[in-house]
Design a protein around this ligand. Sequence first.
Ligand code: NI
Length: 171
Amino acid sequence: MSLLDILTFPNPFLKNPAQPVAQIDGQLQAVIDAMAETMYQAPGVGLAAVQVGLDKRLLIYDIAAKEDGRQLHVLINPKIVSQEGEIISENEGCLSVPEFRSDVKRAAQILVEGADRDGNPLRFEAQGLLAIVLQHEIDHLNGTLFIDRISSLKRQLYARRVNKQIKNQER
Ligand code: NI
């Protein structure tokens, strides 16, 4: 299986809210496998379908340390049904926002609903790193990047740096 291309800022596709997954079939399973391979290779702890150009409310994540072995999780049509408290996600990053990190305010605890890769309903609470990763990935499905949650000055500095790089490449 081949790796998928990860879209990066300022690709406009990343701004589009994704469509719900209507059918869980073999094609979707193949997409999930390709996304997993892409995420592990990157490497990253989470990946949303929109990041690989797929207009679907689907995300994967694995926050297990490597020595513990891989623990791939799939969430289809995820929804944060409630949230509580506030934490600072330190030095957050994103495969779609290369070479940039920032602290981001996140909810400390969330209650998430969705389905696993077989369509079985899931409902669970998350806190700490898991809560951060899930909020980050669900944001992607709503067309939001973590840089949309930082100060506009910081975001503009990053955008300027990226635009400069793009111009240099065109030369
Ligand atoms: Ni991301």
